[in-house]
Each structure stands twice: as C-alpha cells, then as structure tokens.
Design a protein around this ligand. Structure first.
Ligand SMILES: Nc1ncnc2c1ncn2[C@@H]1O[C@H](COP(=O)(O)OP(=O)(O)OP(=O)(O)O)[C@@H](O)[C@H]1O
Length: 383
C-alpha cells in the first residue's frame, strides 16, 4: 500500500450536520478525520493501480455463533409514529439542567421502550475485542455468558448523550434500526442500561467496514462492485418501502459480514418519511450530497438513490465522482452534474451510474428497477 493510502486509511468522511456542537466535536476529536472543507481521499484516487479482486476474501469466524439470539425476547415495535418527527438539534438547545434531562433519558427514553432487555446487565457478557469507536461510544465484540451468543455491544455514556442533547435522535435511531429486519441491514436486538451507560446489542459483523476494504483491495472489478451495489439497493428498497430514508449512505457506513454480505449500518440520520413528503434537514456526507439537497434543501428517498450512484462510482473508481479539494468546488461539480468516467469503467456500469445520478430526482432509477439493470444481470452469474 502506498504511503498516501496508509495515511488515508485512517481518514473517514464526516456526516454533515447542523448541530454545531456535534460538528465541533467531530472536528476536534479523532486524529486525521476529514474536515468538511477538505478532500481526504488522496490514497485511492483514479491514479491508483487497479488490482484484481477476489470475491472470497472473508474468513469464516471460528467464534461466530450467530444462529440464535439470547433467549430474552425483544418485541418488534414497528416504526413508531414518534419517530416520524426528527429531533432538530442545534447548539441553542444546549441543556440548562443536565440532571433533569438525565432523568428524562432514563424515564422517557429508556424505561418506556419495548426494546429494553429488562433482565440483562453488563455482567451477563464476556467482553472481547474492541471493534471500533463512534462519536458517542465504543463497540465491542461480546459473548452472552449463558447462551454463548456472540454479538456487538455499543456502550454509550448517558452523560454524553445528554450533554449533546441527542436523546431523541438516539431514540429514533434505536426504534428505526430495531424495526428493520433485512439481510443487508445491521440488526439491532435491543438495549439495556445501568447507572452510567446505555448498551446497544447488535448483530456482530465480522469483517469490518467496506471503506477499509475499498482502501486495501479496491477499486473493485465489475463482479464485486455489482454484488455490493445490488445488496445496498436491496436494503434501500426495503427501507424505502417502509418509508424510511437512510440519508448517510457511504462505504464507512457499510460493514462486511460472512461471504461478502454487506450490512448497511449507522441509522443516526435515518428518518421515517410517511406520506413521502419532502424533508429539509441538511445531512449526509459532502461527497454524497444530491443536487436538490445542496440547492433547495428539500429531498425524499431519491437522495438515497443519488448516494447509491456515488457509491457505485466510488467502488469502481476508488474515489467519489465529484470529489474536489474544497467544499465549494465539490458543490459546484455536483450542481453541474460534472460526471467524468475513467476509461476502465464499462458502458453498462456507466449507464447505471448515469441513471442513478440523474439530476432530476424523479428521473432517477428506483432501487427496485436497479436490481434488474443489465450491469447487474451480466455480472450476477459470477457472484
Ligand atoms: N455491529 C457491528 N459489528 C461489527 N463492528 C461494528 C458494529 N457496529 C459498529 N462496528 C464498528 O465500530 C465502529 C464504530 O461504530 P459506531 O456505530 O459507534 O460509530 P460510527 O457509525 O462508525 O460513527 P458515528 O458514531 O460517528 O456515526 C464502526 O466504524 C465499525 O467499525
């Protein structure tokens, strides 16, 4: 791997948000994280050498015991109507009474949810290796002592959730993720909490982020890329049919499981969009923003389709299509739909990317139709 790629492999793109506090946290924490104004993708640009990529790079985990969950049952809550109004959070709503809000987190958000595992505590688990770290917590591989069930446990400090005023967003993320059951979406089983922390119990995804594989093995050939893109289209098809938008599709938010099964994760920006109305919160990740998001700040599920087009391009080329050295230049290229394909991108792949990246949202191909596109059909026999 080149030096650039090595340096770049530590860099992950931030999701945009309107919460100044979160933004400053993101900019201040984590070495090497991308600032919103800069390009961070030097390592795998179109100059990088394309290597053949083998489909079967995953190893079956010996410890993986994923057949059955803990015997404690979690009810499927469906998507609650409460989740349909996203919490608008900004720095002006900084808590004046953290004590009260801590209590509110416990009473309203944690105690009254059907997703709660009443009888679980941290003592019920053997804690294994750390899998990663997000804004609000660390993720560990854990084993449920009684059943031997292996899963991922995300531990978040209540104090931090309250201090950053993200209790409602947290609740929405939990409700949406728990309601979604699909092979290409990371399952959330439920949660429990103690005095200091909230613990989310999730499906353990063995092979880490697609982003890291893209850096180390990518760009991918048509066979691998089409398999990956198909799976995310299937996940989006499922979400959109339930009127849920993901709003932050990117390789950093996709994990790889057994046999190259992709799992879309990070539902922090997901919302329900019942009635298919237009939404206005600016969110997502710079390189993945659609023109309507930049221009009029109104969008619907077609913004996820645009992001899928950006993802398809990035998997085949190694960097996103409108990447530039500054936010303004990236915006300008997105608004001009300044799309340039390197020579090696096949005609069929170009056709699909063009259809996903239609400027006019309603002209974009749907995830359902995309799954039958000739690029997918041509490569499907080799998956
Ligand atoms: N279910 C899981 N199985 C395996 N690894 C996971 C799982 N969930 C998260 N991880 C790992 O832990 C890391 C941190 O995850 P987490 O959800 O806390 O944050 P994030 O989504 O990456 O970032 P942010 O909190 O900024 O949105 C991930 O990048 C991933 O590598």
């Amino acid at each position: 791997m080149s030096e650039n790629a090595m340096a770049g492999s530590e860099v992950r793109r931030n999701s945009l948000n309107q919460r100044n506090m979160l933004l400053s946290m993101r900019l201040n924490n984590g070495l090497g994280r991308k600032s919103l104004g800069n390009s961070a993708r030097s390592g795998i640009g179109s100059n990088s050498v394309r290597k053949p990529w083998r489909m079967n790079f995953t190893q079956e985990s010996r410890t993986g015991h994923l057949g059955a969950g803990p015997t404690v049952r979690v009810k499927d809550p469906g998507v609650s109507s409460r989740a349909s109004s996203p919490a608008k959070i900004n720095s002006r709503t900084v808590q004046t009474s953290p004590r009260k809000d801590h209590k509110e987190l416990n009473n309203r958000i944690l105690e009254n949810s059907p997703l709660k595992y009443q009888e679980l505590s941290l003592d019920d688990f053997e804690v294994g290796k750390k899998l990663g770290k997000g804004k609000f917590g660390k993720v560990y591989c854990v084993k449920h002592k009684r059943t031997g069930f292996i899963c991922a446990l995300k531990a978040m400090k209540k104090k931090e959730l309250v201090q950053n005023n993200v209790q409602k967003q947290f609740r929405r993320e939990v409700e949406i993720q728990a309601a979604l059951k699909h092979p290409n979406l990371t399952r959330l089983y439920g949660y429990f909490h103690d005095e200091k922390r909230v613990y989310l119990l999730m499906e353990y995804i063995v092979n880490g982020e697609l982003y890291k594989h893209l850096r180390s093995h990518g760009p991918f050939n048509d066979i691998a890329a089409s398999y990956f893109v198909y799976q995310i289209a299937d996940a989006l098809d499922h979400m959109h049919s339930r009127h849920i938008l993901h709003r932050d599709i990117k390789p950093e938010n996709i994990l790889i499981g057994f046999q190259n099964t992709l799992k879309l994760t990070d539902f922090g920006w997901s919302v329900t969009n019942v009635g298919n109305g237009k939404r206005k919160t600016l969110c997502g990740t710079l390189d993945y923003l659609s023109p309507e998001l930049i221009k009029i700040r109104e969008y619907d599920d077609k913004a996820d389709v645009w992001a899928l087009g950006v993802l398809t391009f990035e998997l085949l080329v190694g960097n996103p299509p409108f990447e530039e050295s500054s936010k303004e230049l990236t915006y300008r290229r997105i608004l001009k739909r300044d799309l340039r394909f390197p020579d090696h991108v096949s005609m069929q792949a170009r056709d699909l990317i063009n259809k996903l990246l239609e400027y006019e949202p309603n002209a974009r191909i749907t995830p359902k139709d995309m799954k039958k596109h000739p690029w997918i059909e041509t490569n499907r026999p080799f998956w």
